[in-house]
Ligand binder design. Structure first.
Ligand SMILES: [Zn+2]
Ligand SMILES: [Zn+2]
Length: 117
């Protein structure tokens, strides 16, 4: 009987030479937040895009926080029924104008998302 083996590493490159033959009992863990994944590539995505990323986008209506700007925009559309029009400006910032469904309007600044896909 062998237990579950979890490899912890803080950087994805630490896994690249790792060869695992018995995949059933192996999981790949993030040493920073202790999340574990069954597949190396999933962990790799976590390390590159997910882990340590502080939520940078706050919904100003319900104070919920999001890591990505496009998720915030989606949240506002789905949850608050708010249509958001992106106005691309010069410089690193996008200023989004928001019209609240009640009729009042407010302006929300949304920083440009680097890995927006
Ligand atoms: Zn992590
Ligand atoms: Zn909200």
């Amino acid at each position: 009987m062998s237990g579950l083996v979890i490899f912890y590493a803080s950087d994805f490159t630490q896994y690249t030479q790792l060869k695992v033959f018995n995949h059933e009992n192996v999981r790949y863990g993030c040493s920073k937040c202790k999340k574990t994944y069954q597949q190396k590539k999933t962990l790799g995505r976590h390390l590159r895009f997910d882990c340590g990323q502080k939520p940078a986008f706050t919904c100003q209506l319900c104070a919920k926080q999001f890591k990505h700007g496009y998720i915030l925009l989606k949240h506002m559309r789905n949850t608050h029924d708010i249509f958001i029009q992106k106005l691309r400006q010069r410089g690193p910032k996008i200023v989004s104008t928001v019209t609240v469904s009640s009729g009042s309007s407010t302006t929300i600044q949304v920083k440009e998302e680097d890995n927006d896909d």
